[in-house]
Design a binder for this molecule. Structure first.
Ligand code: F6R
Length: 605
């Protein structure tokens, strides 16, 4: 959600390429317009270039011959004002001296305008423009860096900001509060970006800025301090991103590649966390703290929340510790009564989700122990929780999360078994989880070999419908909600996931002739009930598709997945539904990887 990239001092004169490549790498975050500001100090020219729509529109606007050494770039996901040239970044101050890009939301923008900027003519509807106009306002009486800091002290909300002064283009001012920002340290140049992926082509050395940091960066130096001027010299970290893996290779879409990677991701989890020689991969104190907890709270949003629901079943079954799962944006403002010895688990693919972070800030204030499971090393939620464990799923680019979901469930299973084992729960100790996850991996591979069938099923059931339902009971209900989210977010078919027994309490009135209802049936003790619910909708005209496992299969079921350990079955159930979502979207002619209105990294509340 909004991407930022900046660079100072590219001797190779290729700053425009650095910005455009960086913005392309950040496309996954979701955006609807983009822009850059570049400076060619050799020829004393500079320019702002913007375009609505994909980066290729922006590229087409840039003069191919133009060279530059320094610049800032931005992809905008509209929050205040529609996607348009005037609302896209960079924003320029009224006297045209200052140029700025911003990620985040300034909640008190209207009040700041009214107090300080009554005489300013705004060119955009954005909250971001307020920042650059305030800098101009204060710079009339203050040194520019002081004016920048003065501005920051007034802002309420979240920001990652890059500011350039057209009178001193050899340096850039940057600041961070709640929105992600990394300093990229190169040889002979310095950069800044929302995600290391944006600069990994040019350097693997980064500094994770923390909330309250403000910095000046130049080609070969940088100074980082807080708003009170107290300097800090943070450690560099090496970003370990496999550039090859970050590309989509021969796949038409990232989503298909990422779906296909799931068996490997399971194996990698086994190697990383279940290898006897590597037992310390899970810090013993995580296990101890979880064992001491009287209740575990799992916090997440969207797909990560759904992974938490499956995790609840796993953890309760294997550790006997009660688990609550909460939607982060609800928990933050309506917290439940918290038990005496809670342990918090944050699930987040990106590690940057503002809603989840809002809760983490609160639990940190209460000194509750916490663990983040995330795919992004050094991300905010990883840094700020007491502990972090990484999914090691490889970069997930498609907006619709697939391999991160199964990795979250897989890692929760590993954690649950470790805790249950330590609590001497016999049934848990006896599970050979490395073997069971390998079987999951094999069962996933079987599904992936049947892609053609899902293409056909998507064509038969989902090509033209306006709505669809997924239903199931128990863990199949949780898989149903996740399956429904996957289908609706990319194919735009209005899809709901329901507890199978609930339909008849109201929603069944929506069933019409040919409404697709997809039943998930993998648990023996409720298979009969779910089949009855499917008969109820079939007799009202629904087009019923059944995905079951071997134990519960009937000859008319359209797809049967392999049996795996019953507690891990949902790791396999989800793959057919990911493929149905993928092929339905292809069939309906939409961009699978970049669904409208959505962002990969949701950094606003
Ligand atoms: C849907 C999807 C989203 C995310 C949600 C939380 O496919 O990806 O629902 O799961 O925005 O994001 P993270 O996991 O990065 O916290």
């Amino acid at each position: 959600m909004c991407g930022i990239v900046g660079v100072v001092g590219r001797q190779a004169n290729d700053a425009i390429d650095v910005l455009l490549n960086g913005l392309k790498r950040l496309e996954y975050r979701g955006y609807d317009s983009a822009g850059i500001y570049y400076v060619d100090s050799m020829n004393q020219t500079d320019q702002v270039v913007k375009a609505v729509g994909p980066i290729k529109h922006l590229e087409a606007e840039v003069n191919q011959e133009q060279r530059a050494q320094t610049g800032i770039g931005h992809t905008r996901w509209a929050t205040h004002g529609k996607a348009s040239l005037t609302n896209s970044h960079p924003h320029v101050s009224q006297n045209e001296r200052f140029v700025l890009v911003h990620n985040g939301v300034i909640e008190n923008a209207a009040a700041l305008k009214a107090t300080y900027l009554q005489d300013v003519t705004f060119t955009s509807e954005t909250d971001s423009e307020v920042i650059v106009q305030l800098v101009e306002h204060f710079a009339s009486t203050q040194d520019v860096f002081e004016a920048f800091k003065h501005t920051l002290t007034l802002l309420e909300g979240s920001y990652a900001v890059l500011l350039m002064d057209r009178e001193h283009t050899d340096e850039m001012y940057i600041a961070k509060h709640k929105s992600p920002l990394l300093l990229a340290v190169g040889e002979g140049f310095n950069g800044v970006c929302s995600d290391a992926l944006a600069m990994i082509e040019y350097t693997d050395q980064f500094i994770a800025l923390v909330d309250g940091d403000v910095a000046t960066i130049r080609p070969t130096s940088y100074e980082i301090s807080n708003l009170d001027g107290i300097e800090r010299t943070p450690e560099l970290f090496t970003a370990n991103i496999d550039q090859e893996a970050a590309g989509k290779g021969t796949y038409p879409y990232f989503m298909l590649k990422e779906i296909d990677e799931q068996p490997i991701v399971m194996r990698r989890l086994v190697e990383t966390y279940l290898n006897k020689e590597n037992e310390s991969a899970i810090d013993a104190s995580i296990v101890e703290q979880m064992m001491e907890a009287d209740r575990i709270y799992i916090i997440g949003c969207g797909t990560s929340y759904h992974a938490g629901l499956v995790g609840k079943k796993l953890i309760e079954e294997w550790t006997h510790i009660p688990v609550e799962v909460h939607i982060a944006s609800e928990f933050a403002y309506y917290p439940p009564i918290i038990s005496e010895r809670p342990f918090f688990i944050f699930l987040s693919q990106s590690g940057e989700t503002a809603d989840s972070r809002q809760v983490l800030v609160q639990t940190n204030e209460m000194n509750y122990p916490s663990l983040t499971l995330t795919n992004v090393v050094g991300s905010t939620l990883a840094r700020e929780a007491t502990y972090a464990l990484y999914l090691n799923a490889g970069v997930e680019v498609a907006v619709a999360s697939t391999k991160a979901y199964t990795a979250q469930v897989g890692l929760l299973a590993i954690l649950a078994q470790r805790v249950g084992d330590q609590r001497a729960i016999d049934a848990t100790s006896q599970i050979d989880l490395a073997h069971e996850l390998s079987m999951v991996s094999l069962a996933m591979e079987v599904v992936l070999e049947d892609k053609q069938q899902f293409e056909t099923l998507a064509h038969d059931f989902l090509a033209t419908t306006r709505k669809a339902f997924y239903i199931g009971r128990g863990v199949d209900y949780y898989s149903s909600i996740e399956s429904a989210l996957k289908l609706k977010e990319i194919s735009y078919i209005q899809t709901e996931g329901f507890a199978a027994g609930e339909l008849k309490h109201g929603t069944i009135s929506l069933i019409e002739e040919e409404t697709p209802v997809i039943g998930l049936i993998t648990e023996a003790h409720t298979a009969g009930q779910t089949r009855s619910n499917l008969s109820e909708v079939a007799s009202r005209g629904a087009h019923v598709l059944i995905i079951s496992n071997e134990t519960n299969a009937e000859p008319t079921d359209q797809y049967v997945i392999k049996n795996v350990h019953p507690t891990l079955q949902s790791l396999v159930t989800i793959l057919p539904t990911q493929l149905l979502a993928y092929y339905a979207t292809i069939e309906r002619g939409y961009d699978v990887d970049k669904p409208r209105n959505l962002a990969k990294s949701v950094t606003v509340e």
